[in-house]
Design a protein around this ligand. Structure first.
Ligand code: SAM
Length: 225
């Protein structure tokens, strides 16, 4: 059974899309998309040998070798022009790593019309990347599974601009203010207070002062929403 987290990512893939799932590990997501009939072709990209082998094995086991091509490559370089990929999915990594994969593979994005990402942390880094690179967020979802909270962001080409609050919390998520969203940010605030407490007695260097100010302003910003 596919996790709800990856099912959420799958739900944003368009019918008949050609998908490149980057950092695919077991290739669960492309296999699911093929088996449910939502898509007919996918690339599963992996940079590490172990996960690449798992992806190969799983695709073979599912009898999907004709429809899913597994490639050992760094980030978006798993995509070839002849694949006619139009959708990229990147799930289960930190936002900073996802943004760096997108940044390093910019030359591969010409034919791409939709990018779906599921950052485990630091989704703000991806939103910033989108603004600077001509992508806009078209939808966001937040969900909880096994006590972990995940965000799924879908981006399409277009100009966008977001204020500080939207970058941190998500332009759609901060309007919706779901129960899970509230829980996520209540948890963050607890964590930030812990950080403040841990540096309370530290010597007041410029760095400590800057950190305190930054954490306090984040708490305030989130509380306002
Ligand atoms: N996407 C799957 C999921 O959401 O369940 C697997 C997530 S797993 C935690 C992250 C995977 O990304 C690992 O298998 C890792 O090898 C792969 N990865 C990390 N950096 C990568 C890169 N630059 N290019 C391709 N794969 C990468």
């Amino acid at each position: 059974r596919l996790s709800n987290r990856l099912k959420a990512v799958a739900s944003f893939v368009g019918e008949g899309a050609v998908v490149a799932d980057i950092g695919s590990d077991h290739a669960y997501l492309p296999c699911y998309l093929l088996k449910t009939g939502k898509i007919n072709r996918a690339i599963a990209g992996e940079v590490a040998n172990g996960p690449y082998d798992s992806a190969m094995k799983n695709v073979l086991k599912e009898g999907l070798s004709d429809s899913i091509t597994v490639r050992l490559a760094d980030g978006l370089f798993a995509i070839k022009e002849t694949d006619l990929v139009d959708t990229i999915t990147i799930a289960g990594m930190g936002g900073t790593l996802i943004a760096s994969i997108l940044e390093n593979g910019k030359t591969q994005l010409d034919s791409i019309t939709r990018i779906i990402v599921q950052p485990n942390i630091q989704s703000s880094v991806i939103r910033k990347w989108a603004v600077f690179n001509g992508w806009k967020i078209v939808s966001e979802q937040i969900l909880k599974e096994d006590d972990k909270i995940y965000e799924v962001l879908t981006m399409e080409k277009g100009l966008s601009s977001y204020d500080e609050t939207e970058i941190l919390l998500g332009p759609f998520l901060c309007l919706e203010k779901s129960v899970v969203f509230r829980e996520k940010w209540e948890r963050e605030i607890v964590e930030w207070h812990r950080v403040l407490l841990s540096i309370e007695d530290a010597e007041e260097t410029d760095l400590v002062r800057k950190k305190k100010k930054q954490v306090k302003s984040q708490i305030e910003l989130v509380r306002k929403v």
